[in-house]
Design a protein around this ligand. Structure first.
Ligand code: FES
Length: 127
């Protein structure tokens, strides 16, 4: 299955959104750095989607959304430390968005789902 390479200028992150896969950390009210909860593996494969230029998308980073690969708000109760990754593209594009939530190039699949730790993991219950 081909993996889409992400042109650096093509993706715009909206309002500084953060994803665990991007190495983001959250701060507690005491100022202590915390590592967010581990995201669930929603799928062991990427989702092919047709994305529209200028439209804002929220990629599910927690793995609990029922609308994969997009956010449905489930992170608010399932994994409060993980926020969706908000992004938009400069041009219409068919893309492979990560379903395993372990990619190092969120929201795009980087092939990490092929690794043993993903393929042998239990799914979170999503299709
Ligand atoms: S689905 Fe391919 S890296 Fe997550």
């Amino acid at each position: 299955m081909p993996v889409l390479q992400r042109p650096a200028a093509l993706v715009t992150l909206v309002n500084g959104a953060c994803a665990r896969a991007a190495g983001c950390r959250v701060r507690s009210s005491s100022g202590t750095s915390l590592t967010p909860s581990q995201p669930a593996i929603a799928a062991k494969y990427p989702y092919q989607v047709d994305l529209k230029a200028g439209k804002r998308y929220a990629w599910c980073a927690c793995g609990h959304s029922k609308k994969q690969p997009f956010c449905d708000g489930s992170h608010k109760t399932a994994t409060p430390g993980i926020s969706p990754l908000r992004f938009q593209l400069d041009e219409d594009k068919s893309a492979w968005l990560c379903g395993c939530k372990r990619t190092k190039t969120p929201p795009f699949c980087d092939g990490t789902h092929k690794e043993k730790f993903v393929q042998e993991a239990e799914l979170s219950g999503q299709p």
